[in-house]
Design a protein around this ligand. Structure first.
Ligand SMILES: *Cc1c(COP(=O)(O)O)cnc(C)c1O
Length: 498
């Protein structure tokens, strides 16, 4: 794939030939599809050379291959602005060994979850894209969140000139800390709405607003245009490829593996964005054997990889890993599209079937093309037990999402005997889910005050309380809006004063 002619197209066939900056600005294609590059580029720098690079240098080497209409200067400006002292470590994404696995800590950014890895750069990619494409309208970011995206997106976009951001989250479906982080968000251009429904309702509602051409006209009259910060935006996906390449290079650098050796990667999965980025890294030539897709009790992906049938018709379970409580994993559409051999018509038919019947089945040929994925899941009890086991054995305390991944990894090793060195994506700080984490480590916490639990977690883990948590201890609540699932569009109109 030559860089010069890389372009972006919809997975449903309605649009093609977009530049990267156009795809980032639009977020979601008008036909409801997701933008995909016309081919996956190959890493151009030898892995041994990457081992000597900083996170920022690695980011440039990876992202320039996808964002081909950004100049070197523009891209380096975006990277420099994103990966700075907002992160509490110069490594940006440190690797931590515990009990034989390598935990890639993706939670050192401003909202202490992995969403910061992409959402700290997206506002720069987007405002640069707006300039490049002579956009005069104000850009309105609409985002549905299962808890982490919303806060990370607001942290990134707060008071960025030329942008507004509106976040919808499921009332009662996020952790106390997640909710506090969102409702205390500062910035004149931010708005937060709690919806009476679950995350899938929020996501479906946002997609509906995007597809409403009448509403788009009304917005345009007031000089607004919508974009998305959800993981369907290609500007989210590309920055996530970086840390898998970086993790591999670190393992080479510290002598755990030799250049060319294979690794496995385990990812706690919800919307399928993070693990898809790992798959992109593999397609680009990173020596990855298997991608372990870890689910919680909402194990629609586990069932899919076992049977080839995607079936969302099931009870939605609220778990202690709420950012993975999802039954429609949007980014899976990109894998489906790739596994049809990039046949947009075939992909569209499956997605229409999902919308109509709640399920679809893929062909054996498609399944064979997904053989790089291994699905596993952890129940609530197994997750708790894993967090406690690792803490007792090593003193390392992981959050409830990473717990799911860690549990699935150890199940995989027990089942297969495969001891390939494994990177586990550690997607949140345990402080973000302190109630559930301390319940696992020290027993039921009842309705104890969240900040008393946090102080105890600090003692138990020996890890300093992150700035992101201290900030909300006494912060005033700024956002109190709520709405029903079918009035989300009205809420947007009201917030924007249409
Ligand atoms: C969003 C999130 C996930 C799921 O990531 P996807 O890219 O949606 O699969 C897992 N863990 C945490 C902590 C998250 O915030």
């Amino acid at each position: 794939m030559s860089m010069a002619n890389l372009s972006y197209q919809s997975t449903r066939g309605g649009e093609k030939g977009l530049t990267a900056s156009q795809a980032i600005l639009k977020g979601l294609a008008e036909d409801g599809g997701l933008y995909m590059p016309s081919g996956l580029p190959k890493l151009e720098i030898p892995l041994g050379e990457l081992a000597g690079m900083s996170y920022q240098e690695t980011a440039y080497q990876v992202m320039r291959l996808f964002l081909t209409d950004y100049t070197e200067e523009e891209l380096k400006y975006c990277i420099r602005s994103a990966y700075d002292s907002k992160f509490d470590t110069e490594e940006i994404a440190p690797l931590r060994e515990a009990d034989g696995a390598y935990y890639l800590e993706l939670f050192h950014g401003s909202t202490i979850a992995f969403k910061d890895m992409a959402l700290s750069i997206l506002p720069y990619l987007m405002t640069t894209a707006a300039k490049k494409n002579h956009v005069e309208n104000e850009i309105v970011i609409l985002t549905a969140t299962s808890g982490d995206t919303g806060k990370a997106a607001m942290a990134g976009f707060a008071d960025v000139p030329g942008t507004r951001i509106i976040v919808f989250y499921p009332k009662g479906g996020v952790s106390r800390i997640q909710e506090l982080q969102m409702v205390t968000q500062k910035g004149d251009n931010t708005a937060v709405v709690a919806i009476h429904g679950n995350f899938d309702d929020a996501q479906t509602g946002v997609k509906k607003i995007f597809g409403d051409q009448e509403f788009a006209k009304k917005l345009a009259e007031k000089e607004f245009q919508l974009s998305s910060a959800n993981s369907i935006n290609i500007g989210r996906l590309v920055p996530q490829v970086v840390y898998y390449v970086y993790a591999y290079a670190r393992l080479v650098k510290n002598g755990t593996i030799r250049e060319g050796d294979e690794i496995n990667i385990t990812v706690p999965t919800g919307n399928f964005g993070n693990i898809l980025a790992a798959y992109f890294a593999k397609q680009m030539g990173l020596p990855v054997k298997l991608l372990l897709c870890a689910s919680n009790d909402n194990k629609v992906l586990y069932d899919f990889f076992r049977t080839g049938i995607y079936d969302k018709k099931r009870e939605f379970v609220l778990t202690s890993s709420p950012s993975m409580d999802i039954l429609v994993s949007s980014n899976l559409e990109r894998l489906i599209y790739l596994s049809t051999g990039c046949d947009a018509g075939a992909n569209r038919a499956l997605m229409e079937e999902l919308a109509r019947t709640g399920a679809y089945q893929v062909t054996d040929e498609m399944r064979a093309r997904m053989a790089d994925f291994w699905g596993g899941y952890a129940t609530e009890a197994e997750n708790q037990a894993e967090i406690k086991r690792l803490s007792d054995k090593t003193g390392y305390i992981i959050d409830t999402h990473t717990g799911v991944a860690s549990c699935v990894y150890h199940k995989y090793v027990a089942e297969t005997g495969d001891i390939t060195p494994t990177v586990i994506a550690s997607t949140a700080s345990p402080y973000k889910f302190s109630h559930s984490v301390m319940a696992a480590v020290a027993g039921d916490q009842g309705d104890r005050d969240e900040f008393a639990i946090i102080d105890e977690l600090c003692k138990a883990s020996g890890v300093a309380i992150p700035r992101a948590v201290e900030e909300i201890r006494n912060a005033p609540i700024r956002h109190k809006r709520e709405c029903d699932v079918d009035t989300m569009e009205d809420a947007v109109a009201e917030i924007l004063g249409l």
